[in-house]
Ligand binder design. Structure first.
Ligand SMILES: *[C@@H]1O[C@H](CO)[C@@H](O)[C@H](O)[C@H]1NC(C)=O
Ligand SMILES: *[C@@H]1O[C@H](CO)[C@@H](O)[C@H](O)[C@H]1NC(C)=O
Ligand SMILES: *[C@@H]1O[C@H](CO)[C@@H](O)[C@H](O)[C@H]1NC(C)=O
Length: 281
């Protein structure tokens, strides 16, 4: 049996070693929550907390990221929180390539300002970490948000194989994008699909439809020289007359989306101010 005195001595000797072992780095000293296991039934288990210091780290692991800029004191932010958490859990269960994150905008003022946040809560959608983002104006419920997020994950590119289909596009739509490809699947088709999800589909602009074809006859209808290099891409707009704009940049999602964005037709000019919803057009 050790005497009480030697026990105390032992404890005194061991404690600095224990402290050193349990705090291997200064980072874990200041963020003990990082080394603690998550509470299993934490309803916010699937909501990623972001700060200015680690904001961009999420884009390295997730292509699509939704960020809720909230204020802890704000009634609407608090009301959104459980719905947002439920949306995150639902999407995580489906295994979709999307992360739902939140930023305390009262702590991260600069970060919030950099993203044009003027009211709380502001929910933005990021694709490929692009500074492009789309504020959520819908109902702040789980069901509505699941639909909104899911829609943004689905690429919408339709195949065009016949002249008949192509003519319908030219006469039927006001804005369309057509890619002339070697194949309806593969790398170029994937880039086009990604560009279609980058497209801001807000009611401020007419919906833009994305198409792809391998048919030289279809390409010709869109004034693309069938002998032109593939991939090529053309944008069709109809105002008083049909206007075709040929894309000559790199065949990658982001620059294609930029091109489309720069060439589309606003339905009306709309003056943005905080908290208001663009009227349904
Ligand atoms: C970002 O930092 C905060 C505060 O330190 C931390 O709670 C959070 O888990 C971090 N997020 C990521 C994705 O590392
Ligand atoms: C874009 O808007 C159109 C028309 O409003 C809709 O049919 C389509 O599903 C939307 N696409 C996405 C990706 O949200
Ligand atoms: C277009 O065609 C490709 C290749 O056949 C196919 O994988 C893809 O599902 C088609 N897309 C649509 C929207 O039908």
């Amino acid at each position: 049996m050790p005497t009480p005195r030697s026990l105390i001595l032992l404890l005194l000797l061991a404690s600095p070693i224990f402290i050193l072992l349990s705090h291997p780095s200064s980072a874990s000293v200041s963020h003990p929550d990082l080394i603690l296991p998550k509470v299993v039934n934490d309803i916010e288990a699937h909501v990623v907390v972001l700060t200015a210091a680690n904001f961009s780290s999420i884009f390295a692991v997730r292509r699509h990221v939704v960020v809720d800029f909230y204020a802890p004191w704000c009634y609407w932010s608090r009301k959104l929180a459980p719905e947002y958490a439920a949306t995150a859990s639902h999407l995580a269960d489906k295994g979709l390539d999307v992360a739902l994150a939140k930023v305390d905008a009262t702590q991260e003022r600069q970060l919030a300002r950099a993203h044009g946040v003027e009211g709380y809560p502001t929910v933005l959608f990021f694709v490929d970490g692009m500074p492009k983002h789309y504020p959520y104006y819908g109902e702040r419920t789980k069901d509505a948000m699941v639909v909104w997020v899911s829609q943004r994950l689905v690429p919408e590119v339709q195949n065009v194989s016949t002249i008949y289909e192509a003519e319908k596009i030219i006469t039927g739509h006001s804005v369309a994008v057509l890619a002339f490809l070697d194949s309806l699947s593969g790398a170029h088709s994937d880039e086009l699909a990604a560009a279609s999800t980058l497209e801001d589909n807000s009611s401020l602009y007419r919906a833009i439809n994305f198409y792809q074809t391998t048919s030289p006859d279809v390409a010709k209808l869109f004034h693309v020289d069938p002998k032109a290099k593939r991939p090529s891409l053309v944008m069709l707009k109809k105002q008083e007359e049909v206007k075709l704009t040929v894309y000559d940049g790199e065949f990658r999602a982001s620059p294609i989306a930029e091109f489309v964005s720069a060439n589309k037709i606003p339905v009306i000019t709309y003056h943005h101010h905080t908290g208001s919803r663009p009227s349904d057009i």
